[in-house]
Design a protein around this ligand. Structure first.
Ligand SMILES: C[S@@+](CC[C@H](N)C(=O)[O-])C[C@H]1O[C@@H](n2cnc3c(N)ncnc32)[C@H](O)[C@@H]1O
Length: 332
């Protein structure tokens, strides 16, 4: 069918008065159309008093329509284009994913409409059926769902099992962010349709951040060389350090420090006994890594955000070692 012919049909749908048509006549009107059958449905709703509906825009965004707090998916009947099963997939997977990628709010309700049978099923975002009605006879029922203000969140950060790596990767994708510390800021502020603002003081975000410490995100890998030592090598290096500490005692030294100038999140020190933590002086150029290292070592290690390759960096380590000696009255 030509584009011109399409336009004529779509325009004629807009002009039709569906209020005077019977159920049968409405179905006949839809079946006559080869394009945008759901436009009849939306013009019908508009004429029923839903002034905010713009039928000519409802098939944009590759969804059958987002109205207020609802996503709507229409099928002619259960045999058309995968029927209800395909519609549910669209409502819960395809459309929310698309909205999420754009950073848009995800509606709370999902509505499946069968144009020909008038079946209307309203589900909440947890796939629970909330209401079932006939869209021709009971079109006033849509109002409550369109106007409802319940919010849905893709991720609940208060849930201990939330995959923070995935959340952060999505933050990078959607919000044009490359630094982990900025991503943490998004966690605090919350993001519409994604997660509620997260009050760090009221929740145990430490565990979340620690789970996140192996997130070799591409940017930090590429720019700062953040690759993690596999744990079997960490075991070996830990053994070397333990041997040295023992040896230094035998040699008559009364204390020791462990210095790691590019410690990242402290993975290399992760198998140390806790009694070593206060002896550690660690540096990393990445603020988010320093935060994780501090959490990992319970605030007992000296952790600094520092460019270890710079002159200032070298001086900082010298001063930190002197300060340690002074504080602990180290003689030898
Ligand atoms: C190879 S990773 C450290 C790996 C760590 N030892 C482990 O096993 O997990 C190197 C780390 O050094 C940090 N880094 C890169 N350039 C730095 C610099 N100039 N000063 C301090 N830290 C730096 C990176 O952020 C990165 O986390």
């Amino acid at each position: 069918m030509s584009v011109r012919k399409n336009k004529e049909i779509l325009d004629s749908i807009m002009k039709e008065n569906y209020m005077r048509l019977s159920k049968k006549a409405v179905v006949a009107a839809m079946l006559k159309q080869e394009v945008a059958r759901q436009r009849v449905f939306y013009v019908f709703l508009k004429q029923k008093g839903y002034k905010n509906i713009t039928p000519e825009n409802m098939d944009k965004n590759q969804s059958d329509g987002i109205i207020g707090n609802t996503i709507i998916e229409c099928k002619l009947n259960d045999s058309e284009g995968g029927g209800a099963k395909k519609a549910y997939w669209e409502l819960y997977e395809t459309i929310p994913t698309r909205l999420k990628q754009k950073g848009d709010k995800i509606p709370y309700y999902r509505i499946y409409v069968e144009l020909e049978t008038f079946l209307t099923e309203v589900y909440d975002c947890h796939c629970k059926l909330v209401e079932k009605f006939d869209w021709y006879e009971q079109s006033d029922k849509f109002k409550r769902f369109f106007e409802d203000t319940k919010e849905t969140y893709e991720y609940d950060l208060a849930d201990e099992n939330v995959d923070l790596v995935e959340v952060i990767q999505n933050i990078y994708k959607v919000f044009d962010t490359t630094e982990k510390i900025d991503a943490y800021d998004f966690l605090r502020k919350g993001a519409i349709g994604w997660f509620k603002p997260f009050d760090i003081s009221k929740h145990n975000i430490n565990k979340l951040i620690l789970n996140n410490d192996r997130m070799n995100e591409k940017y930090v890998q590429k720019m700062q060389g953040a690759f993690f030592t596999p744990s079997k090598y960490v075991r070996i290096s830990t053994q070397y350090v333990n041997n040295d500490i023992k040896q230094s005692r035998q040699d008559g030294y009364d204390d020791y420090v462990v210095v790691d100038r590019c410690a990242g999140v402290g993975n290399l020190e992760s198998q140390f006994d806790e009694e070593i933590y206060p002896h550690m002086i660690l540096g990393t150029i990445n603020e988010a890594e320093a935060l994780t290292a501090n959490i990992r070592f319970n605030g007992l290690a000296e952790v600094e955000v520092v460019d270890s390759l710079s002159k200032d960096g070298v001086l900082w380590f010298q001063r930190a070692i002197s300060e340690y000696k002074r504080k602990n009255k180290v003689k030898k």
